[in-house]
Design a protein around this ligand. Structure first.
Ligand SMILES: O=c1ccn([C@@H]2O[C@H](COP(=O)(O)O)[C@@H](O)[C@H]2O)c(=O)[nH]1
Length: 272
């Protein structure tokens, strides 16, 4: 999917919501545990109830890898279901990969070619040759960790390197890489005061913004400083939506939470 198509979907649905599919078998409704594939059954119900309210889904691969082969199968079924039933929805493999080039190429193939995700999250720490193999895929996107939502972001990302904060150096340097037009960036909603500086360096790039809902980030602040002329934001909520209820009404409860966020987003889209 191109970023232009993504912006069109955002305008059409009046939403830049990304729903995180972080499935924990200890948190899903008990009655689903008797299903042949409880993870997929949960995801399918959530997708069926929410697809009209969001423009992206983001399974965090940790929640699938933790269940071994069964988890990976459930991830494969989920992405296939999305690609067949809702090809207009942007998909993100939140895998946070990155290794020497030879290995990154295999990660890129796994997520962008084999599983056919639209994008994958990648850590910048190993530099240019670890990221460029992901960028080679046409109309696919590499979402680089820039300034993450957790407290540990201040351990390294905001440290000064040659008089510049490291996350700013990541933004600047990554713009020089081959096929850098395929880059998006992760910036946490909990760091809204940094968005203006970030937009000075990357005015139009799409930002994946986790941290509203369970982590306490504020949507209005993110939009005030982070929205670009093409919107340029995908705001993610995972636990705050998918675990709204653990009873029979879980999918409707998730849809209600997603609709609350979508309505707030529609208001923000009018403002900017
Ligand atoms: O900086 C980051 C990068 C990734 N994440 C991931 O996003 C979701 C957030 O889940 P919530 O339940 O809405 O808090 C999760 O998969 C994280 O691993 C992030 O939170 N911050």
């Amino acid at each position: 999917m191109t970023t232009q198509q993504l912006t069109e979907q955002i305008r059409k649905k009046k939403s830049f919501l990304c729903i995180g599919l972080d499935v924990d078998l200890n948190k899903i409704p008990k009655h689903l545990l008797t299903e042949e594939d409880p993870i997929f059954a949960f995801n399918k119900a959530i997708i069926d109830a929410t697809h009209h309210l969001c423009v992206a889904y983001k399974p965090n691969t940790a929640f699938y890898e933790a269940y071994g082969l069964k988890g990976w199968k459930a991830l494969e079924k989920t992405i296939m279901y999305l690609n067949v039933k809702h090809p207009e929805i942007f998909t993100i493999a939140d895998a946070k990969r990155g290794d020497i080039g030879n290995t990154s190429r295999m990660y890129a193939k796994a997520f962008l070619e084999d599983l056919e995700f639209d994008s994958v999250t990648v850590a910048p720490y190993m530099g240019k040759d670890s990221v460029e193999p992901f960028l080679e895929f046409k109309n696919k996107h590499t979402i680089l960790l820039a300034l993450t939502s957790n407290a540990g972001a201040f351990d390294f990302q905001t440290l000064s390197v040659n008089q510049k904060e490291l996350y700013k150096q990541v933004l600047e340097t990554s713009k020089t890489w081959e096929n850098s037009e395929n880059l998006m960036y992760v910036v946490g909603a909990t760091k809204a005061e940094y968005f203006a500086d970030i937009r000075n360096i990357i005015p139009e790039a799409f930002l994946l913004v986790p941290g509203v809902g369970a982590q306490g980030g504020n949507l209005q602040d993110v939009c005030k400083y982070g929205m670009s002329s093409n919107v340029g934001l995908l705001v993610n909520s995972s636990r705050g939506i998918i675990y709204a209820s653990n009873r029979g009404d879980f999918a409707q409860a998730a849809a209600q939470k997603a609709e609350d966020l979508q309505k707030d987003m529609a208001q923000e889209l009018i403002k900017y």
